[in-house]
Design a protein around this ligand. Sequence first.
Ligand SMILES: Cc1cc2nc3c(=O)[nH]c(=O)nc-3n(C[C@H](O)[C@H](O)[C@H](O)COP(=O)(O)OP(=O)(O)OC[C@H]3O[C@@H](n4cnc5c(N)ncnc54)[C@H](O)[C@@H]3O)c2cc1C
Length: 383
Amino acid sequence: MSTCSYESPWLTDEVRMFRATVRQFIQKEFLPHQDRWREQRRPDAAAWTAAGDAGLLLADVPDAYGGGGGTFAHEAVVVDELARAGIAFGSGIQSVVAHYILAYGSEHQKREWLPRMARGELVGAIAMSEPGAGSDLSGIQTTARRDNGYYVVNGSKTFVTNGGSASLVCVAAKTDSTVGGLKGISLVLVETPGLAGYRVGRPLDKVGMHAQDTCELFFDDVRIPAANLLGPAEGKGFSQMMDSLPYERLAVAVRAVAMAEHAVAITADYVKQRAAFGKTLLDFQNTRFKLAECMTVARVGRVFLDHCIERFLQGNLDDITTAMAKYWLTEAQCAIVDECVQLHGGYGYMTEYPIARMWTDSRVQRIYAGTNEIMKELIACAL
Ligand SMILES: Cc1cc2nc3c(=O)[nH]c(=O)nc-3n(C[C@H](O)[C@H](O)[C@H](O)COP(=O)(O)OP(=O)(O)OC[C@H]3O[C@@H](n4cnc5c(N)ncnc54)[C@H](O)[C@@H]3O)c2cc1C
């Protein structure tokens, strides 16, 4: 181990062992299928149950509900290992949906949905964004109207990760259209198999993250049991989303640092073997300085991320610091990956090279889970 090596302070022996299991599973069960997943624009259905069997799903959900019984450290390890392997698999969104249910669901809802999600039998998705409302959720038009023992859902959602695979969609909808703005929004869980009036659009043609299905969803008089409301009363959706988004943002930050570190590692390997002007690329001072800068930024990012993870594990990570992590670490990730593409020359632009895929996969990190501009608005609230 070199003297400058660093290990996250929250990594216990048990989490290290879990990491080894996750890595082995990904190498054996996910990596060989990546080309096909990218072509079909979604993972195989069987990947979900395989991931469930291996303990990759809901790693930080109590075992009483079928989860792994771990902490966010376990979830972070899954996100990190998938990112390093260059795999866009929606287990992070699965966890986000599970945590909504865990935080606000009734005991019946937890027992009904969480064990099946942990086994990969139910695939979760979050449907907040709409064609006309992304950053500004006060503009959502989807409605869930109460009708006897049901909600009747109408509207459309876009950019839904796992949308094509999802069998349990957490939908943000207006349950009270008489009030404007963010009031009157509720979250309802929609079990989609065989559901009349529910339709999934074709996978959206993204610039990256090709193995992950991102779709539009359409709801046309979709009837769901009124008991599928999340929380004890209507109109709590916006505060539920605001309380839960930091979990998702921290996971995005974990992915950012993992990808940045991995980009530096694979680029260091590349420049050691690629020759130009009778030397290796590493012999050029520019290459060494650029990689030294990237490595330093990645390390600074890692230490800040670890600070956030430790505080999250202690239950005291605030929203502002989470926003800082999401914003700064994803910006750093994109800058590092872009520099690493440059150091690969033309090969860095070829999709068969992992660095090229990392480049296209990275860009969206600054957009989803709340854009980085929205993160800065949140941070500025603390001024
Ligand atoms: C690959 C992918 C996966 C996604 N997955 C999901 C998902 O699973 N579920 C889901 O619900 N959504 C998902 N999204 C949607 C994503 O969260 C939104 O795209 C994002 O919130 C931005 O919303 P928008 O696209 O409508 O952009 P807009 O809100 O129209 O923003 C456009 C630009 O204006 C800026 N802007 C907006 N408001 C302000 C402001 N107040 N101050 C300064 N600048 C501002 C934004 O920062 C951005 O730069 C996904 C998106 C992508 C691309």
